[in-house]
Ligand binder design. Structure first.
Ligand code: CP
Length: 312
């Protein structure tokens, strides 16, 4: 039975710790893993734009000795999915050709469908609901910076979106508290919040929502934000920007956290909207370490899901 990463709920805390340990080893000694995916082909389906995810997966699969097939769903060279071939049939066909599927798409149900009907590991490379690969790289970055994720408090500032949802699920698995500081109009998904709070209760951490951003950031170890207008929300941009303007991460907000906190952003950033240049380029910013860690964390994920490295 193939293992998947549909959301971070596919990993328990021990598996998450193992993945982070492996990611650190891969980062330190990549040559040790140069044949991990030898003879394996991975289909990478992108129905939305990407810089970090697509390039880090493609380079990572190459570095592991495998073959990456970068596929789109639109245009003259796109997959038939873009013309209505079902998820069921796509899953069955791809499972005859490749050893794993990475997909960035809109509906979470498409990721679930590929995992249900195919026979190879499926990795969610972002949907409207989750961004679990980003969450893993974020944990690796926090672990590197503080030496351990446990006992840390992360405050996500902005709309309750896919990145926020994955951080809400990542936190409990890594022993961290997570607060989503968001306007009342843009809360996280209620079902995901319930899931995250159940996980937090199981692992002895907290996940909460706070509308008062200044109160939320007090004493935070990590301040995290994301674009105010996610992919697919362009028609709503004006309304979202107006609602989210009081949630900008700037020097005054960072000052409320103390000097030992770090600033994180999944990128791409819209400079001087959700975050100012001074914070993005400031001493507390780890955004480019975070981007680099997409490569290492995903290589660890691929090695584990493709059974090229043991889970324990
Ligand atoms: N953070 C992230 O997923 O970046 P891309 O959209 O460029 O892949």
């Amino acid at each position: 039975m193939a293992r998947h990463l549909r959301s971070l709920r596919d990993l328990n805390a021990d598996e998450c710790a193992r993945l982070l340990e492996l990611a650190a080893d891969i980062k330190a000694a990549p040559q040790k893993y140069a044949s991990a995916l030898a003879g394996k082909s991975i289909a990478m389906i992108f129905a939305k734009q990407s810089t970090r995810t697509r390039i880090s997966f493609e380079v990572g699969i190459h570095q592991l000795g495998g073959q990456a097939l970068a596929l789109s769903t639109g245009g003259g060279t796109g997959m038939q999915m873009g013309r209505g071939e079902t998820t069921h049939d796509t899953a069955k066909v791809l499972s005859r050709f490749v050893h794993g599927i990475v997909i960035r798409t809109f509906a979470q149900s498409q990721v679930e469908g590929l995992a249900e009907h195919g026979s190879v590991p499926v990795i969610n490379a972002l949907t409207d609901l989750y961004h679990p690969c980003q969450g893993l790289a974020d944990l690796q970055t926090i672990r590197e910076h503080f030496g351990d994720t446990r006992g840390r408090r992360l405050v996500y500032v902005g709309a309750g979106n896919n990145v926020a949802h994955s951080l809400m699920l990542a936190g409990p698995r890594a022993g961290m508290d997570v607060v989503v500081a968001c306007p009342t109009e843009l809360p996280p998904n209620a079902h995901v919040l319930l899931q995250a709070q159940a996980d937090a209760a199981e692992y002895g951490t907290k996940v909460g929502v706070e509308t008062d951003v200044e109160r939320a950031v007090e004493g935070a170890d990590v301040i995290y934000t994301d674009t105010w207008v996610s992919m697919g929300e362009e028609e709503e941009a004006k309304r979202l920007i107006q609602i989210l303007r009081p949630y900008q991460v700037n020097e005054a907000l960072m000052a409320k956290t103390g000097t030992k906190s770090i600033f994180m952003h999944c990128l791409p950033a819209h400079r001087n909207d959700e975050v100012t240049d001074a914070v993005m380029d400031g001493a507390q910013s780890v955004v480019f370490d975070q981007a680099e860690n997409r490569l290492h964390a995903q290589k660890a994920l691929l090695a584990l899901l493709m059974e090229a490295a043991p889970w324990s």
